[in-house]
Design a protein around this ligand. Structure first.
Ligand code: PMP
Ligand code: GLN
Length: 391
């Protein structure tokens, strides 16, 4: 036994923070053998060619520290992709760094540029790591709501939130949790609003290859006025069905990247070597990421067609692998529970895990909407729908 009185008391740096909703709901799903449509991760295998490439990299001896910013071949492959898809020329030596997933990229960018007292704008609902990241940097979180109901950016509210103390704004398109995708006009509007300011942009684009119905992903890289001030964050975990690999990249202009790397090198220093070599080799074929939108659109359509036979009201899903539903149209009395309690009940009693949207708001705003993840085998989705049809 560890004597408790030997451990000094401390004041938490993150007093509001508990265990993330994704971890909580996945544990509950396992406990109750529920179909886990909560935490966002695929339940199917990645391309075996990618696994072979990791094996080959390890056997070729790529098992020691790589260069601090990442394996050059991977940085070059990403730079080539950014040029081909978004028309931005970047220097693979000075303007891209390989990170331990998007989560580390975002934290590192914030720690690199936010001084205590600086204001950072987030658009709510937002991914749950952003706010604690800003708080760890000593920044002041400025929450601007996305338009209720549509989750589209409200530019009057964004403009009004910008002050001389604003250091950065964080955006995320395609958007977790809503599945909303920013249009070209919206990105241009942001570009105009930021033009007269020194506000930096952190653009979380981890779902960049999951955009449906003929829309295009509007990367910040496409807009010179944004790319010149942006950290653009990508995640191989999402793109290649390997969320557990925790590997991503961040692209930024050289002066911003220099500051980013100062923090990165004393945070993780480097990211595991064989996966980087494997990804660099695998990226030679663009088909897997070019086909990803169609792959997920088919899953979305299957899941929506099934849900259409239930009492849930479906919200649009323009991108990501998430589908939000309104629970207030259900016939069961539990529809009146707060979203988080409803999700617990749904997991325990109906056997399907979901994520409450309230988890993406600082004040726990409850709009009777929950999020399902459809990055699942068809049989998983069908079983989830079969269970949900009881409601
Ligand atoms: N941003 C968003 C919007 C996400 O949904 C996720 C996925 N968990 C991340 C960042 C983190 O990505 P990674 O697993 O690469 O750290
Ligand atoms: N991004 C994933 C989601 O939104 C979860 C990642 C995590 O568990 N931190 O479900």
């Amino acid at each position: 036994m560890r004597p408790a009185d030997r451990t000094p008391a401390l004041v938490s740096r993150l007093p509001q923070v508990g265990t993330t909703i994704f971890t909580v709901m996945s544990a509950l799903a396992t406990e109750h053998q529920a179909v886990n449509l909560g935490q966002g991760f695929p339940d199917f295998a990645c391309d075996p060619r990618l696994l072979d490439a990791v094996d080959a990299a390890m056997r070729a001896g790529h098992n020691q520290y790589p260069p601090m910013p990442g394996v050059p071949a991977l940085r070059q492959a990403m730079a080539d992709k950014v040029r081909a898809l978004y028309g931005l020329e970047i220097d693979a030596n000075t303007e891209i760094t390989v990170t331990a997933g998007a989560t580390q990229a975002i934290l590192t960018a914030i720690l690199a540029v936010v001084h205590p007292g600086d204001e950072v704008i987030v658009l709510e609902p937002c991914y749950d790591s952003y706010v604690p990241n800003i708080e760890l940097a000593g920044g002041v979180v400025v929450r601007v709501p996305l338009t209720p109901g549509t989750f589209r950016p409200n530019f009057d509210a964004i403009s009004a939130a910008i002050t001389p103390r604003t250091r950065a704004i964080l955006i995320n398109s395609p958007h977790n949790p809503s599945g909303m995708v920013w249009s070209e006009a919206e990105m241009r509007r942001l570009e105009e609003i930021l033009a007269p300011t020194d506000v930096l942009l952190i653009s979380d684009e981890v779902y960049e290859h999951m955009v449906f119905d003929g829309q295009q992903h509007q990367s910040a890289a496409r807009f010179p006025g944004l790319a010149g001030r942006a950290f653009i964050v990508s995640s191989f975990g999402k793109t290649y069905h390997v969320t557990g690999w925790k590997i991503g990249t961040v692209v930024a202009p050289a002066p911003l990247m220099a500051e980013f790397r100062k923090v990165h090198q004393f945070n993780v220093f480097t990211v595991n070597t064989p996966m980087q070599h494997a990804l660099a080799a695998y990226m030679a074929d663009p088909a897997p990421y070019l086909q990803l939108s169609d792959f997920y659109a088919a899953k979305r359509d299957r899941f929506r067609a099934g849900l259409a036979k239930t009492r849930f009201r479906l919200l649009p899903s323009q991108g990501t692998y998430f589908q939000c539903v309104d629970i207030s149209t259900l016939a069961v009395p539990e529809r009146d529970l707060p979203e988080a309690d409803f999700c617990q009940w749904l997991t325990r009693e109906i056997g399907v895990a979901a994520i409450p949207l309230s988890a993406f708001y600082g004040d726990g705003f409850d709009q009777k909407v929950v999020r399902f993840c459809f990055a699942k085998k068809d049989e998983t989705l069908d079983e989830g729908i079969r269970r949900l049809a009881r409601l």
